[in-house]
Design a protein around this ligand. Sequence first.
Ligand SMILES: [Fe+2]
Length: 204
Amino acid sequence: MGDYKAKLPEYKSLKGISERMLAEHLKLYNGYVAKSNEIVDKLASGTVDLSKSAATYSEFRALKLEQTFNGNGMYLHQFYFENLSDNGGQAEGEVKKEIEKNFGSFEKWKDEFVATGMAGRGWAVLGLNLEDGKLYNLLYDAHNIGGFVTLVPILVLDVFEHAYFIDYGTNRKDYINAYLNLINWSVVRKRLEKAKKMYSIWTS
Ligand SMILES: [Fe+2]
């Protein structure tokens, strides 16, 4: 049985993210969790004919495709909601140092992250690459299209239209600027600490 559970945020709205827009967003997120469970159950049911698996069309192919679409849809939203807060503080200490080391300066990172958010059709993700230990801003055009397979997400930005259209219309830039003030830097710091430990294990 699929046992994924939604991890819902404690807040009902944020500065620059209305209650209605967040409620609609959470409906989508819950949908990804439900579908992920449905796919796990279907794959375990024994009713899918593996011998008919084909890259043109097959029931198994559809399930495998949607497993990553819904699975990443679930995880990326979870990380996105988790890394937002009305009182997230500032980037400082180790996080700021690491960003400066990788991007030249905090401003350079921010400019590239915003540009990644403007260029992506789905997500912008700051993450640590387990292969070289470096930070990257990478984009996803869909939940399962983009990124490195070795990227551990540190900070996730949703740029699908559903994430901002209700409050901002077509003005994605203003949404991203509001988002920058909502980053929960203590969450980012904890993720970075864990990712660095993962990197040392991965490369040992
Ligand atoms: Fe979303």
